[in-house]
Design a protein around this ligand. Structure first.
Ligand SMILES: *Cc1c(COP(=O)(O)O)cnc(C)c1O
Length: 353
């Protein structure tokens, strides 16, 4: 494979000059800051946010670099990983043209939305019936003209890790960017692909604070890649995409590693608890193995009736019955122990009704 990053970047993005913010141009500790049209008097409301935040998020990236064992210049931070997904599509694909992205359904819905929003074509290669990459699928990926392939591992909504050997083959042979979305990596028994960044110049790994860190409301996502790819993402991002409040809160979370680990362990325990009990219910046809904080479960005879019954009991789960290969399935997020008990009790009552 010959990987040439420059040839993947849209020509207008290669040529453009990025916005240079006041905080980019002056980074020292000044006594009088009259360069950015901020309000020097302070902020309305209970906290002080009158200064623009660091556009490069240096403090957060320094901590993350330690935690993940990568360079700070290999980290991009987005307003959720959804921002990174959108920017990756925009970086490589010219709207309304022949450029395409490659998806392996069933998978996370935002890839398709980002492509549609940007008027970019989508090519689909469905996963196998057990939601895996096969040698045939890998061969088709390698033959694809797409600029970008999204591999979600552990996959949403199915919960399984994709075979590492197949991902490695794709990384070796696919000439476009290979995005491995690891939103659920903290729940998986496999090393992150961030440990392989040095080997693959076309690898982009996505992670997020929304799941194991318990910070979905904060909106903070991460992309890890070569400094060259990260440089392009920084070039096209909105200058102040991560707020001061988010940066401060993320530093607090990163300093609370034991709490993170405790949350993670409790969710893994909850997953095992549900996975151990669901198969005994007569309406449950199949519980798919999960490396994530949710379980994909096939119900019979009518998953949507189960979904509606749960809704009536005030329990909302995700109906995945219309997704490719997911007929009859609901996606159940692992909750608190009390929520897991309520879910199981409601499913038992549905059987009795
Ligand atoms: C939840 C999820 C994300 C996270 O998105 P954020 O914008 O960071 O909240 C990304 N990818 C997948 C596959 C997900 O399921």
């Amino acid at each position: 494979m010959s990987f040439n990053l420059e040839s993947l970047i849209r020509p207008n993005i290669r040529a453009m000059k990025p916005y240079s913010s006041a905080r980019d141009e002056f980074q020292g500790e000044a006594q009088v800051m009259l360069d950015a049209n901020e309000n020097s008097l302070g902020s309305a409301g209970p906290a002080q946010f009158n200064r623009y935040p660091d556009p490069q998020q240096r403090a957060v990236k320094a901590e993350l670099a330690q935690l993940k064992g990568v360079g700070a210049d290999q980290i991009f931070l987005g307003n959720g990983s959804d921002e990174a997904i959108d920017l990756l599509v925009r970086l490589t694909c010219t709207p309304g043209g022949d450029d395409s992205i490659l998806l392996l359904p069933p998978t996370y819905g935002m890839y398709e939305v980002a492509a549609n929003l940007n008027d970019v074509r989508i090519e689909c290669l469905p996963l196998t019936a057990d939601f895996q990459l096969s040698p045939e699928i890998v061969a088709d990926v390698l033959a694809s003209p797409a600029k970008l392939v999204f591999l979600c591992s552990p996959n949403n909504p199915t919960g399984n890790l994709l075979h590492a050997a197949a991902i490695e083959e794709i990384l070796h042979g696919f000439p476009g960017l290979v995005v491995v979305d690891e939103a659920y990596a903290d729940f998986a028994g496999a090393p992150s692909w961030t440990t392989r960044l040095a080997e693959f110049p076309n690898l982009v790994v996505l992670q997020t604070f929304s799941k194991a860190w318990g910070l979905a409301g904060l909106r903070l996502g991460m992309a890890f890649a070569s400094p060259a790819i990260i440089g392009y993402l920084n070039k096209i991002k909105p200058p102040y995409n991560i707020s001061e409040g988010t940066q401060q809160h993320a530093l607090g979370a990163l300093a609370a590693a034991p709490h993170f680990e405790s949350l993670r362990q409790q969710l893994l325990t909850g997953r095992d608890w549900l996975a151990g009990r669901l198969p005994a219910l007569p309406i449950v046809a199949q519980v798919f193995p999960s490396d994530a904080n949710f379980l994909l479960v096939r119900f019979h005879p009518d998953a949507t009736a189960v979904y509606d019954y749960l809704l009536g009991r005030g329990i909302v789960v995700r109906n995945r019955t219309t997704q490719p290969g997911c007929a009859g399935t609901l996606r159940l997020t692992v909750g608190s122990p009390a929520e897991n008990e309520r879910l199981l009790a409601a499913l038992r009552e549905f059987e009795a009704s």
